[in-house]
Design a protein around this ligand. Structure first.
Ligand SMILES: *Cc1c(COP(=O)(O)O)cnc(C)c1O
Length: 408
């Protein structure tokens, strides 16, 4: 496939990862299904085991569809090569496993995706890896946490639930000086709004389930490496037998074609909604990296090319009875996990787990994904649900009871 590195991102998204001349003129790379790959002769079979064969000799190593997606994402992220995984979490756990051994130490940002944290706490520790956490705003001070056996620093920026932005260039400089590698979960920004390799990251992860697939209809993960880390990641993935199904890989390639237009709208809707919610008296805090005053906002401005649709709000109140009432009033926001699809979501997320940095919140923390609906509709839906809970407590209780009675 050709390289389109000099093209602007919107153009690159329409041209990368497809090769009509190879598939009878069809615009899109087809979804290849297969396990066995036949050799045409004994000599061909022997040659198929060599490392430079793009599909090796078995379907588990990937198909032309897989290679097309991996090449496209590696190019968009600015990395060397990429490897698909069956989910975003599997991309995170296998990236960690590839670079850590018994006796090593890993430093992880305190605001990472909960399941990544659980994997480190339960599985990595079980295999003899020392795990510690650092404050997302640490920057170059991370030097003080380095141990002689520190092999890896894992960041997610902005992090899940609380959206603090890390100073990745500063962290990367210190990490490299200590002969360790930097892995970044880049799912929030997507390959369009943060260029990990230009900021010192060695291995970048996409939960492609989110904005790349973009329609809440599949699960997929992708790990992109620089040249130094590629062999190790790829061989580790192969020994674990990691692979991804053709349908999801095809859907990810298809999702890339519209990624830039979708993201612009998620960005605009998310920011307008966040700005409106910041003015509402029921809201104590809006955690959105593009809002001045948010933790790491200056770093977001310096390093990122855009914002997406995922952020959080902290309510004024922690009263348990307001949550059922709030969610009952919301009509356009679904309650559910994940994000990055075309539809808006709101999720009660409790209190984030922290170990390096204390986290205190005034009221309930709600994560919001701004979808592709009309933003005025989203603002009025969320505003009326907030109005509903922002009444003196007895009135709230009465309003809830009334709503329950009328819906029954
Ligand atoms: C959702 C998510 C993942 C995991 O992706 P799945 O495909 O759901 O396994 C990893 N990292 C981040 C930041 C996520 O939001």
């Amino acid at each position: 496939m050709n390289s389109f590195a000099s093209l602007q991102p919107e153009t690159l998204l329409t041209s990368t990862g497809r090769d009509p001349a190879a598939y009878g003129g069809y615009v899109n790379t087809p979804a290849f299904r297969g396990s066995t790959i036949l050799a045409s002769s004994y000599e061909d079979w022997e040659a198929s085991k060599q490392g430079d064969n793009p599909y090796r000799n078995y379907g588990r190593y990937g198909s032309p569809t897989t290679r097309a997606l991996e090449a496209a994402v590696a190019e968009l992220e600015g990395g060397y090569r990429a490897q698909v995984f069956p989910s975003g979490l599997s991309a995170c756990t296998h990236a960690l496993m590839a670079f850590l051994s018994c006796g090593d130490h890993v430093l992880i940002a305190d605001n990472v995706y909960g399941p990544t944290r659980s994997f480190a706490d339960h599985t990595l520790r079980r295999f003899g890896v020392e795990v510690s956490y650092f404050a997302p705003g640490i920057g170059a001070e991370i030097q003080s946490l380095m141990r002689p056996n520190t092999r890896l620093v894992f960041v997610e920026s902005p992090g899940s639930l609380t959206f603090e932005v890390c100073d990745i260039p500063a962290i990367a400089q210190v990490t490299h000086a200590n002969n360790a590698v930097v892995i970044a979960d880049n799912s929030w920004a997507s390959p369009l709004y943060f260029k990990p390799f230009a900021h010192g990251v060695d291995v970048s992860i996409q939960a492609a389930t989110k904005y790349i697939l973009g329609h809440s209809d599949g699960l997929l993960g992708i790990v992109t490496c620089n040249q130094n880390t590629w062999e190790r990641l790829q061989s580790s993935a192969h020994v674990f037998g990691e692979t991804a199904g053709p349908e999801e890989v095809y859907l990810a390639l298809r999702g890339l074609r519209t990624l830039s237009v979708r993201l612009k709208q998620h960005w605009q809707n998310g920011l307008m909604l966040a700005q409106q919610l910041a003015l509402h008296p029921a809201v104590a805090q809006v955690l959105h990296p593009a809002l001045p005053g948010a933790p790491g906002h200056e770093i977001w401005q310096r390093d990122f090319l855009g914002a997406t649709g995922l952020f959080a709000i902290v309510l004024n109140s922690a009263a348990p009875e307001i949550l059922p009432c709030f969610f009952r009033e919301l009509k356009l926001f679904g309650i559910g996990l994940s994000w990055g699809g075309f539809e808006s979501l709101a999720l009660p997320v409790g209190t984030p787990v922290r170990s390096a940095t204390p986290w205190a919140q005034q009221g309930h923390l709600i994560r919001i994904h701004a979808g592709l609906e009309n933003v005025e509709d989203l603002i009025s839906d969320m505003t009326s649900a907030l109005d509903h809970i922002h009444t003196p407590q007895h009135k709230t209780k009465m309003a809830c009871a009334e709503a329950q009675a009328t819906s029954a």
